[in-house]
Structure formats: structure tokens, C-alpha cells
Design a protein around this ligand. Structure first.
Ligand code: LFR
Length: 472
């Protein structure tokens, strides 16, 4: 089998990148050809994504990709989940909302008034998160929903602009709450009960299937032609493809803005225990299921640092801050409930930590080093608890915890997760999401063949993880 190249567009909640991946049976190399910020925009009280800016940055990155490697075999796009754009006759209606916009509370109240969470869970297998797409539809301006003829998830929207094909990629569709994962179909009766116009949900497409060729004018502007291929377009689905794990004995933490903590299973786990633990069953590549829980992730630390940077008027060096936090004894700082809903929206995180501490009668952190240590300890504790629960719910004896994504660079967090879980942590790859995107495309293009296990094996052979053993 010859080696070949593909381009991955990977959009995270704070930044995006375009990567060219060169893949063959023993090769998995990546070059980042573009990196750009993803800054949400507040308009009045509303929080939006700058989707046009992201599309434009993705186009610039793809232009670079074709310059670097004219023979790109395909393009794949992934991003965070749940958010969407509404279209009418191919034109965007309104500006897509950010899932951290507080309008979702309205949607939750409207849906739960006639459909309690337990009933939804039995159908869609999802944990309760206030921003799941079905709540966003319920919070949406009814004028727009009824005027729209198509709703496209963010990666599908970019794919539509590139190709003219409007489809809903399966792994990301599973985060809407409107899909039945077991038969890979929209849940028509649920959709009807929720009053969502059925016609706005486009036909599904599975990872590995071709979405379409670039529109001629897009190809001309990019200086190249290649098909857009569906990947695990939910970033977490792509990340889990590239985790060098033995899925029957490991848990994973895909740690970026969020910490997605779980195990991989063959079939959804819909037990009362899973419901009570608020675990989710998200659709994965090759029909796998991610049994996981959303832990707050690096968001609380990043948002804290952003606040301090605004006060200071200059950037704060994260490695230096983490070094100072490593000097603080763990016993000197509070472990707070980092999953508390108060930490979800943007805002003053230290003040919210103080409020949590005062409500719980514990001493609040006193310095930036202490806040940082307290956040890391609280995150490590939440990670340890969620991995244990995931193992219990999924019937998996967790002997290793894999941390992938940006969090794999945070040695203090990796070490403290190992310590608190009492299990070795294997950290990396940092770019698991982009790698998973690349791997699925490479298999579709014929540069690789085989099961997810063989894709993971290639990731393991080419990206050796860093090991953190638990310390007493
Ligand atoms: C991670 C992620 C999570 C999803 C959250 C919101 O980037 O995709 O999996 O729950 O963002 O979309």
C-alpha cells in the first residue's frame, strides 16, 4: 500500500488548525500548515461563534495545504459538537450560537416540562448537558426554525460551503439528542414530540464516506481539488480513534477545553446506574460507543488565566504559572466541585471558586499559584472519580488512563491524575483529534486498512506516550 497525504481541518473551542497528514502502513506524520484563534463574539447578551471567520481561516489553511502537498487525497473536518447553523435555500439564517450562551436554560425548561431527562436518556443515551442540540432548538427563535429548511452542525456547515452537499455526519449527529444510535437513524417520533421540523435534519453520512468534491469556484480559489470525506466530525470521536489504548483495559481523558472521561464500549449502556451518574453514550467511528462524562476540563484554568491577563494587560506564561503551582502543597488548597454548573459560562472564575469555598466552609486559595494548584487538584480529582465510574459502568478493569489533547502537556495534571486514581497515566498524543481525523481519511483513501485497533496501533508506534506512575 503506498503512503499518501490528506488534509485535516480541526476546530477547537479556542483555536483551530489545518494539518497535512502523511500516512502509510508504518507512517503517520503531520505538518501544521495553519493555526488560528477561535474567539467567540458577544453581541448584546448573546454569545456566538464567528463561523464566517472560521470558514475563511479554514480556506486559508487549505490553500496552504495544497501548496505544501498538491496531491492531497481528501479533506476532513471536525469541531466541537452540539452547535449548528440554520439555512434557507442554502443561505445562513442568523448567526450560530455558542453552546455556552445562557439561552439554553430556556430550552431545558421547555423540553423537561413534557419530557423528563430519564425518558430522553432511554431514547438517546445522552448525559444531561444544558446545551445538547435538542435544548438549543427549543430555545431558538421559532421564526428562524420554521423559516429554515436545513440545520447543519458546524463541521457539516463548513463541508456544505466547500462542496454544496448538505449531510449530517453520524458521530456529531449523535450529540444532538435526536438520533437513535443503535439503528443509526434520526428518531422521528422524538423529533415530532419536540416540535422540531423533521425536514430540517439532512440525510446522515458515516465517517469514511465521501461528502462531495469541492465546488469548482472553491477548488479554483484553493489551487487544488480533492473530495471532502466525512470523518468522526465530532472532535471527541476523532480523538478517541487516535488513542493508543487497549480499549478493554483502559480509560481515556480527551482533555482540551473539556475533559471527556470514559471508556469505549460496543453498545450503549442505558442502565439506571449510568443515568444516575449522568454518563453519556456518544456515537464513535466504526459504530463504537463512547461511554463518558463531560468534566469541566482546562476551561476553568484557561478562563482564570484570561481574566488575570486582562487585569495585567499582558500574556501570562502558563508553564511558569504551573511551576509555581507545583510548589504549593496539595494539602494547602481546596478541592472544589469543578463540575458545578456555575463554572460553565465565561466570567470571573476565581470569584466563583471563592463563593464555592465560602458556601462549603473551606479556606479559599490566596494567591495565583494557589488558585492554579486548586484548579489542577480539583480537575485531577474529578478525572479520577469519572474514570473509576466509567470502568464500573462499562465493565472495564481500568489498568491505564490515557490523556490526550492539550492536557497531555500539563505534567502536573497528568501526575496528579495518576496519583489520585492510583493508576498509571499515559499522556499523548497532544494532537489526537487531528490524528484521528487524518487516520479515518487515510483508511478511506486506501493508504491504510483494517480495524480501529490497527489505526490505534499505528498511532502507538509513531507517537509514544509519556508515562506518569502514581506516587504515594
Ligand atoms: C469537546 C466537545 C465535547 C462536547 C463539547 C461541546 O471539544 O466536543 O465532546 O460535549 O465540546 O460541543
Amino acid at each position: 500500500i503506498p503512503a499518501g497525504s490528506v488534509a485535516a481541518v480541526d476546530l477547537g473551542a479556542t483555536s483551530g488548525r489545518v494539518i497535512v497528514g502523511r500516512v502509510g502502513p508504518d507512517t503517520l506524520e503531520t505538518t501544521t500548515v495553519a493555526r488560528f484563534a477561535n474567539d467567540p463574539i458577544r453581541l448584546g447578551d448573546d454569545l456566538h461563534w464567528n463561523v464566517l471567520g472560521l470558514y475563511s481561516a479554514a480556506l486559508a489553511g487549505l490553500r496552504e495545504a495544497f501548496r505544501a502537498e498538491p496531491a492531497i487525497a481528501s479533506i476532513g473536518i471536525d469541531s466541537w459538537a452540539v452547535d449548528y447553523g440554520l439555512l434557507r435555500a442554502g443561505r445562513l439564517l442568523g448567526t450560530p450560537f455558542h453552546y455556552r450562551d445562557e439561552r439554553t436554560a430556556r430550552g431545558v425548561a421547555a423540553v423537561h416540562a413534557h419530557l423528563p431527562h430519564a425518558e430522553l436518556f432511554a431514547r438517546n443515551g445522552l448525559q444531561f448537558l444544558p446545551f445538547n442540540t435538542l435544548y438549543q432548538f427549543a430555545a431558538e427563535d421559532p421564526f428562524l426554525v420554521n423559516a429554515g429548511d436545513t440545520a447543519l452542525m458546524i463541521p457539516d456547515l463548513l463541508g456544505f460551503w466547500l462542496t454544496g452537499s448538505a449531510r449530517a455526519e453520524l458521530t456529531n449527529a449523535s450529540t444532538t439528542g435526536l438520533l437513535r444510535w443503535l439503528d443509526h437513524a434520526w428518531d422521528d417520533s422524538l423529533i415530532e414530540r419536540l416540535g422540531v421540523p423533521r425536514d430540517i435534519l439532512p440525510p446522515l453520512i458515516a465517517p469514511g464516506e465521501v461528502l462531495g468534491a469541492l465546488r469548482p469556484e472553491v477548488a479554483a480559489s484553493l489551487g487544488g481539488q480533492a473530495p471532502v470525506v466525512a470523518v468522526g466530525s465530532h472532535d471527541t470521536a476523532s480523538a478517541v480513534v487516535a488513542i493508543p489504548m487497549q480499549a478493554d483495559a483502559a480509560a481515556y481523558i480527551s482533555c482540551g477545553t473539556w475533559g471527556l472521561v470514559g471508556v469505549e464500549v460496543e453498545r450503549p449502556v442505558l442502565t439506571p446506574d449510568a443515568l444516575a451518574a449522568n454518563f453519556t453514550n456518544e456515537g464513535g467511528v466504526d459504530g463504537r460507543v463512547r461511554l463518558l462524562h463531560n468534566v469541566m476540563g482546562l476551561w476553568v484554568l484557561s478562563e482564570t488565566v484570561r481574566g488575570w491577563e486582562r487585569q495585567e494587560g499582558h500574556a501570562i506564561d502558563l508553564p511558569t504559572l504551573l511551576d509555581s503551582a507545583a510548589e504549593v502543597p496539595a494539602s494547602a488548597v481546596p478541592v472544589f466541585d469543578i463540575n458545578d454548573a456555575r463554572f460553565l459560562p465565561p466570567g470571573d472564575m476565581p470569584a466563583r471558586i471563592d463563593a464555592w469555598c465560602s458556601e462549603h466552609g473551606v479556606r479559599a486559595p490566596q494567591s495565583r499559584a494557589e488558585y492554579t494548584r486548586s484548579i489542577v487538584e480539583s480537575l485531577a480529582q474529578a478525572f479520577a472519580e469519572a474514570t473509576a465510574t466509567a470502568g464500573r459502568l462499562g465493565g472495564i478493569d481500568v489498568r491505564t488512563i490515557h490523556i490526550v489533547g492539550g492536557g497531555a502537556l500539563n505534567a502536573l495534571l497528568c501526575q496528579r491524575t495518576a496519583d489520585r486514581a492510583g493508576v498509571p497515566v499515559l499522556a499523548g498524543p497532544v494532537e489526537a483529534t487531528a490524528l484521528g481525523n487524518v487516520l479515518v481519511q487515510a483508511r478511506a483513501a486506501g493508504f491504510l486498512s483494517g480495524s480501529l485497533e490497527s489505526l490505534r496501533d499505528l498511532a502507538a508506534r509513531t507517537h509514544a506516550p509519556r508515562r506518569f506512575d502514581p506516587q504515594a
